[in-house]
Design a protein around this ligand. Sequence first.
Ligand SMILES: Nc1ncnc2c1ncn2[C@@H]1O[C@H](COP(=O)(O)OP(=O)(O)OP(=O)(O)O)[C@@H](O)[C@H]1O
Ligand SMILES: [Mg+2]
Length: 350
Amino acid sequence: MSKQMSESVLEFEDVTIQYSTAKGALTAVSNVSFELGLNEYLGLVGESGCGKSTMAKAIIGALDSNGRVTSGKIRYKGKELQDMTEEEYNEEIRWKEIAWIPQNAMESLDPLQKISTQAVKIGKVHTDFPEDEILDRFRHLFDIVGLPESRITDYPHEFSGGMQQRAIIALALFLRPSLIIADEPTTALDVIMQDQVLKYLDGIKEESETSMVMITHDISLVFETCDKIALMHSGQVVESGGVREVYYEPRHPYTILLQRAFPDHRYPDQELSKIEGHPPETIGEVDYCSFADRCPWAIEECHAQEPPASPVNKQQNKDIAHNVSCVRMDEIRELADLESAAPRGGSGGK
Ligand SMILES: Nc1ncnc2c1ncn2[C@@H]1O[C@H](COP(=O)(O)OP(=O)(O)OP(=O)(O)O)[C@@H](O)[C@H]1O
Ligand SMILES: [Mg+2]
């Protein structure tokens, strides 16, 4: 265990992030904890608005001006990030250590500079490479993401939206950062390019040590490419663990229902169900399970406290911790099995 601890690349410890709004402090991320090790890929999954980009932006020091980490610690290789200034961030962390592929490409492209100029600038600040080599590496990355090498001297506005996102992926990867935060990186890439970029990432993962947080709506992509998964619902990480274990032994009601909402090759005939209801509006402190209103197995307690993340199989000493935030986590599989054995159309089935 201690070995794994010392190799932690990214760590969230009880992190709460709020935005100040006209209605009050909106809690976008509530008491989130998880850890990412060296060479690990984590898939961060959850429906629109659950706080994924907020987590990403907090890691890279790019929260909107009304957003703030109000409690908890975010550590990169042991160093606390949550109180760093923009300047410290740019000098010590951005691009070379942690690279961000934002959901909206223009958030990290400078519209007034050619892409190649931006690459050279970043390369010069963070490496000792001569300009030729910086440009060579950048051209190679253009090729990997499916852009013609000749277009590295274009301005951002000369690209389409999808091409801008590819250019950002090239910028994020060419210095081989230790940690990549990729927010919906593949929406702009078609399936062939996705494959090529993921293969490239696998290649550099073997040569240089790279960890990644990949944010996506595509849960099957996570099961194919990531080592770990964290599922979020309305600001809370409800379940996290190794992808295999979470896939075969989900313990949180949201994970269980989400699986039923996706086609599953194990049960091709299964009728797909939809998760009813909406996430709550989280103004102020969140002292309840944010899934309780939508959960068919919720009891009174679920509305009265925010369940802490607790390990599944406490006695087992596993490589990857499997944590679940649900007061009924020990009985939930039985409850869910009973339900799926019952005719469809019951309380949570459909
Ligand atoms: N600058 C802001 N001011 C106020 N509220 C914000 C701000 N940015 C995000 N939010 C709110 O914070 C919550 C989380 O937003 P976030 O962008 O992190 O979601 P997301 O999981 O990335 O969603 P999507 O999958 O649609 O990208 C949402 O309720 C959103 O409305
Ligand atoms: Mg987002």
